[in-house]
Design a protein around this ligand. Structure first.
Ligand code: ZN
Length: 144
């Protein structure tokens, strides 16, 4: 009998290129597979985290619950990438952006279907789970 511990490496499914296979927030991928983008909330002090964290840096508790990133965020800034890091060359050009949800901010990509001319700082957008052509998962920002 093998005593090898089963490895929870669901994070390998995240993004065009995944750099992290094993984390304590693998449920993030389970939620993406269900079409939900999720962050974590500290049950002790109420702080919310996106990207999700397993530990609260404020009160040091590891008492987290998941919450769904839903509703509208405001576009804080965006940038169009013409040159991409290693592994992302086939994806360019694309826009990266930051959405402000009030209690937290989400950094990510603008949906490839949107044109740069449709983007305006301050506009409302939503964060949506997304499946990439290679079977990987991520999330994108779409017009609200
Ligand atoms: Zn806390």
């Amino acid at each position: 009998m093998s005593k090898r511990k089963e490895v929870d490496d669901r994070f390998k499914k995240f993004g065009t290129v995944s750099f992290t296979g094993i984390t304590r927030v693998n449920d993030f991928i389970g939620h993406l597979e269900e079409g939900k983008v999720a962050g974590t909330r500290c049950k002790d002090c109420g702080l919310v985290f996106f990207p999700p964290r397993a530990d609260c840096y404020s009160c040091l508790a590891d008492n987290m619950e998941w919450f769904e990133v839903n509703g509208k965020g405001r576009l804080v800034t965006y940038s169009r990438l013409e040159f991409a890091p290693v592994g992302f060359q086939d994806d360019v050009p694309y826009c990266i952006a930051l959405l402000d949800y009030g209690d937290f901010k989400v950094f990510g990509r603008i949906d490839a279907e949107m044109e740069e001319r449709d983007l305006k700082v301050g506009m409302e957008m939503v964060t949506a789970a997304n499946a990439l052509p290679n079977g990987q998962l991520n999330y994108v920002f779409k017009k609200a």
